[in-house]
Design a protein around this ligand. Structure first.
Ligand SMILES: [Zn+2]
Length: 135
């Protein structure tokens, strides 16, 4: 059975992020001049406007900054996943990532809940970073 949900569309800036995901590495850009760690990837530091950056690997842990429980499938590809949780996870390194919370009941999800990355390999050619509660 094919994967019919939307998949990422990498560009020159975001390809290294998605390449890392395929290796199950959550990676962010760190500004080589001011140290700011940013997401999504871009060619320019939003803090100091430097063009120089390097890729670092996240420890893959953070906490839920905000979330919503979806009970309606606005895209029919998601109707078999209902209810599901879309969340903004704040990583230990600082960036906030839009993702899904898995591995628990949606009603158990709370803000500030500690979470860790898990990899969803169901999308052809992509591994999607999702998060589950830490024990
Ligand atoms: Zn900077």
């Amino acid at each position: 059975m094919g994967y019919d949900k939307p998949i990422p569309e990498p560009n020159a800036d975001t390809s290294p992020f998605w390449d890392g995901c395929r290796r199950h590495q959550l990676r962010f850009q760190r500004c080589s001049d001011c140290g700011h760690i940013r997401f999504p990837a871009s060619f320019l530091c939003p803090g100091c406007h430097s063009f120089d950056s390097q890729w670092i690997e996240s420890i893959g842990r953070g906490k839920i900054y905000s979330f919503a429980i979806y009970h309606v499938a606005f895209d029919q590809a998601f109707k078999d996943s209902l209810p599901y949780v879309t969340a903004i996870v704040e990583l230990a390194e600082g960036p906030r990532l839009l993702t899904n919370i898995v591995g628990c009941r949606p009603s158990d999800v709370r803000c500030d809940m500690p979470v860790e990355v898990v990899w969803d390999d169901t999308a052809a050619k992509f591994a999607l970073p999702k998060f589950r509660p830490l024990p």
